[in-house]
Write a protein that binds this ligand. Structure first.
Ligand code: CU1
Ligand code: CU1
Length: 494
């Protein structure tokens, strides 16, 4: 899981790695595709799927994650850093150093002349611009259009509930819509303070766009954590809501993908594969593997709550159970949301153990375990098993979220299934620091080898690019070394 850090705490090597990955993406042409998507969203106004409505936060969360995954494809160690403008408020901040974002614009044309994104480097010309804008170099004009948000401004915005309110647009009350207050009162001033290119519909032309929006995304995650009783609004079908902005609406421009992202699909940023460096360590969910041996845990202090997570990749009946002599109570939450309680159990298992058996759809689930007595402690074990006998391999979604896996024991082989519905070129690859070997089997049978690869991906990662006809395929992951173990992630993209 990638960690998004405060940009001011990056090491010089981390700053250089981020800049290099961004410039490599620009050189490939992929960067400008992102700029175009942002401009296109604005040009769709008043049906903008990304701004001035409830999906402002969810759209940009998906957008940033896709950008970050593109960076990871170049350098798997890179995550998007965030710019906390409540602290780094002047042109003297290290953010604007010549080894990172470069400095303010100068002269009548507000041209940025320092740092890696200066036009004079020959590597940063603006090719996607707003209609009528002929400026091909990055521009900035710090402070000329207003001040950066303060901590007080941020705190007041984070206190607002609910998430959003009618009329579900830029006219929603700043005292009744967290989203509109964060968007209008906290987010917009960040663009305006930087000025120049950041004022445009094509504002991702300035790489600081990503650091600014990363901070906005972090504040949304904090609001979600601080208001666990609040959920995303409005539900799909609510009158007067622009398409793409309600909870289960597919979000353009990704709405024609086989499993399009929706506001719901991005609510838990952990399931997208990243955390923020300032998130509380506890209660961090401890991952459980379905059908793995029980994990030993402990209620070490009175009132302690342990949180576990597990990934269900195919619908079916699952059983979550505790073992041992400690009287624990377990709640099951999800999918993809650690605050939606599905069921709670005290003593359905052996002795005074908890046991929950339930039909589960694909998604991330959370089990919270506490002692029956708020003043007692004790050890226990916990496990999740597939309870309906069939153990189909976990499914990868094409262009869906990256799936985390682990070679837990030597010579382990992990098998994944995925379904191709349209003929085309597909890329199956692993990411992370574990040297994996990848084999592709199919269609339909996990015994017909299509391709095998060791190190064609970044670092020691595997990558198979194959033309596939419709059908079910199987990807098998094994450690390169017969004595190696380690975690990895795997994805399929079209
Ligand atoms: Cu935007
Ligand atoms: Cu923005």
């Amino acid at each position: 899981m990638g960690t998004r850090k405060n940009q001011s705490s990056l090491t010089p090597a981390e700053r250089a790695a981020f800049v290099a990955a961004v410039k490599a993406l620009k050189a490939s042409g992929a960067y400008d595709v992102f700029v175009t998507q942002h401009r296109t969203a604005f040009l769709a106004g008043p049906n903008d799927p990304a701004h001035g409505g409830p999906a402002f936060l969810s759209w940009h969360r998906e957008y940033l994650r896709r950008f970050e995954r593109a960076l990871e494809g170049i350098d798997p160690t890179v995550s998007i850093p965030y710019w906390d403008w409540t602290v780094d408020r002047t042109a003297a901040a290290s953010l604007w150093g010549p080894d990172f974002m470069g400095g303010n614009g100068t002269g009548a044309d507000q041209r940025v002349t320092t740092g890696p994104f200066a036009f004079s480097t020959g590597e940063w010309s603006l090719t996607v611009r707003d209609p009528g804008d002929l400026t091909t170099f990055l521009t900035r004009a710090f402070g000329s259009m207003g001040a950066l948000p303060t901590q007080q401004t941020v705190n007041a915005a984070k206190a607002v509930v609910p998430y959003d309110t009618a009329p579900w647009n830029a006219n929603s009350s700043n005292n009744g819509s967290f989203r509109n207050r964060l968007e209008g009162v906290v987010h917009n001033p960040g663009h305006m303070w930087v000025g120049g290119s950041m004022m445009a519909m094509s504002s991702p032309n300035d790489p600081v766009f990503w650091l600014h929006h990363c901070n906005i995304d972090r504040l949304w995650a904090e609001w979600q954590r601080e208001h666990p009783e609040q959920s995303y609004l409005p539900p799909s079908g609510t009158p007067g809501v622009v398409a793409g902005h309600a909870l289960d609406d597919p979000m353009p421009p990704w709405n024609n993908e086989s499993t399009p992202p929706t506001p719901r699909s991005v609510l838990d940023h952990h399931t997208l594969g990243y955390t923020y460096d300032n998130e509380p360590v506890s209660p961090q969910a401890l991952p459980l593997t379905i059908d793995a041996p029980p994990v030993t845990a402990s209620i070490g202090g009175a009132g302690e709550v342990d949180v576990f997570s597990f990934e269900v990749s195919s619908s079916g009946r699952y059983m979550i159970a505790t073992e041992g002599t400690t009287d624990v109570v377990m709640g099951l939450y999800g999918p993809n949301d650690r605050t939606t309680l599905l069921v709670e159990d005290d003593d359905s298992g052996a002795g005074s153990n908890a046991q929950i058996a339930r039909e589960l759809a694909p998604g991330t689930y959370y089990a919270r375990v506490r002692h029956y007595s708020g003043s007692s402690t004790g050890d226990y074990r916990i496990l999740v098993t597939r309870a309906d006998g069939s153990s189909a391999p976990p499914t990868l979604q094409i262009n869906g979220p990256v799936v985390q896996g682990s070679i837990g024991t030597v010579n382990e082989r992990d098998l994944y299934g995925f379904r191709v519905t349209a003929p085309g070129t597909y890329t199956i690859e692993t990411a992370g620091n574990t040297d994996c070997v990848l084999r592709l089997f199919g269609p339909e049978t996990p015994t017909n080898l299509v391709a095998e690869d060791d190190d064609s991906g970044p670092g020691a990662n595997s990558r198979i690019v194959a033309n596939l006809e419709p059908g079910t395929y199987f990807a098998e992951v094994q450690h390169y070394s017969p004595t190696g173990t380690g975690s990895y992630s795997i994805s399929v993209r079209s």
